[in-house]
Design a binder for this molecule. Structure first.
Ligand SMILES: [Cu+2]
Length: 132
């Protein structure tokens, strides 16, 4: 048997086993979530010299496209970090920063200020709750 035929047989077995795994054995938590087409816009403010997010609990449904519009009232930088979704963005003073992502996982995820900003920095946290 020549090498070419061996390679074809190997490729067919490899692809076939991948398809069988994806169809019958892959746990639901590993399955990619398709965007639902639903878009939600969430306005958030950082209150001046208070080191709080207003609101500090945010909600979305799995598959939503989330548009966060965060206004930083302070005269210094903050940051928004939501690690599960790979987000870490600087929030410049006195302007609105827009952050977009797909809520592709169900669960409760913490977010926090990612720029050292003063005495309340470590209390500047919140939760993002994503439900089915
Ligand atoms: Cu900070």
């Amino acid at each position: 048997m020549n090498k070419f035929i061996v390679m074809i047989i190997f490729a067919v077995l490899l692809i076939g086993s991948g398809v069988i795994y994806a169809k019958f054995y892959r746990p639901e938590s590993f399955t990619p979530i398709a965007a639902s087409g639903n878009v939600i816009t969430i306005p958030v403010r950082i209150l001046e010299n208070k080191w709080v997010w207003e609101p500090n609990i945010l909600y979305a449904k799995v598959g939503d496209k989330v548009i966060l519009k965060i206004f930083n009232e302070d005269s210094y930088d903050h940051g928004f970090a939501l690690e599960t979704f790979g987000i870490s963005t600087k929030l410049s003073p006195k302007i609105e920063t827009v952050i977009e992502f797909i809520a592709s996982k169900e669960g409760t995820f913490g977010f926090y200020c990612s720029v050292p900003c003063g005495e309340g920095h470590y209390q500047q946290t919140g939760q993002f709750i994503i439900t089915k």
